[in-house]
Design a protein around this ligand. Structure first.
Ligand code: HEC
Length: 229
């Protein structure tokens, strides 16, 4: 499934989803992320690859900007144009990333392992209301990532989720399968996947209060997501 078409479709879908509720920069960041996690490309497995990616990104941005020239001026002129612009930039970025990514080889075995529940794992136990409150703060905290994103950058108001989010955990999630080779993911594993992939950060400590808080808050998100359907 490592086709260019596939990747473009994903980009298009994501930029469409997000266009409505988040600023342009986010779309660029998300598109960039999605491109980098596209089939056959994978995520940043190491610092060296990260550098390669940064260079690729810079180049992609320049290309994207060139393509989007003129469109940038009409940024505020309605959703249709905003969308076209997003796609132009996204594609420029995808190209750049693909180049930068050539050095990396997908998600490393280490990261694949790191997002899976460890053996004998006991989640942190705490007061649910407290965990939710803490989780909401963390969800909006950009310092959790290495790229300036917060969970809420992508997921504010129920954005950025696919239909699988409605299912009871553990369940199959496209990103988990595609990039981490996981047939099923638990909710806390999904939090770790988003920490490691779109947030480009270290996974949270298993058994930590932070992980429990984000997991618990994600449950709140899930309920809102289901209720909205
Ligand atoms: C750059 C954008 C981005 C950021 C930032 C991000 N995510 Fe996600 N997240 C995604 C995408 C894309 C999906 C859909 C994955 C799929 O369905 O294959 C997703 C899916 C999810 C899901 C639902 C998966 C399912 O269908 O069951 C959860 C839960 C989630 N993210 C939690 C988080 C948390 C918690 C954070 C912060 C630590 C976070 N995300 C940060 C892009 C992001």
């Amino acid at each position: 499934m490592s086709t260019d078409k596939n990747r473009k479709e994903l980009l298009r879908k994501l930029s469409r989803n997000l266009m409505v509720s988040v600023p342009m920069m986010t779309v660029v960041a998300v598109a960039g992320f999605n491109a980098s996690s596209g089939p056959g490309l994978g995520l940043i497995p190491s610092a060296e690859a990260a550098q390669g990616e940064a260079e690729g990104e810079a180049k992609g941005e320049a290309e994207g900007a060139a393509k989007g020239e003129g469109e940038a001026e009409s940024r505020a002129e309605g959703e249709a144009e905003g969308r076209a612009e997003g796609e132009g930039e996204a594609e420029g970025k995808a190209e750049g990333e693909a180049e930068g990514e050539a050095e990396g080889e997908g998600v490393s075995a280490k990261l694949k392992k790191a997002v899976r529940r460890p053996e004998g794992y006991t989640p942190y136990q705490g007061n649910v209301a407290d965990l939710r409150a803490r989780g909401e703060k963390l969800f909006n905290d950009t310092s959790l990532s290495s790229n300036g994103l917060a969970c809420a950058t992508c997921h504010a108001n129920g954005a950025g989720y696919n239909a699988t989010f409605k299912n009871e955990y553990p369940h199959a999630v496209a990103m988990g399968k595609r990039d981490f080779g996981m047939d099923m993911v638990y909710l806390d594993e999904m939090v770790q996947i988003c920490m490691v992939a779109p947030m480009a950060a270290e996974p949270l400590e298993w058994g930590s209060e932070e992980l429990a808080a984000l997991t618990e808050y994600s449950r709140v998100q899930q309920k809102e997501f289901i209720d909205k359907q």
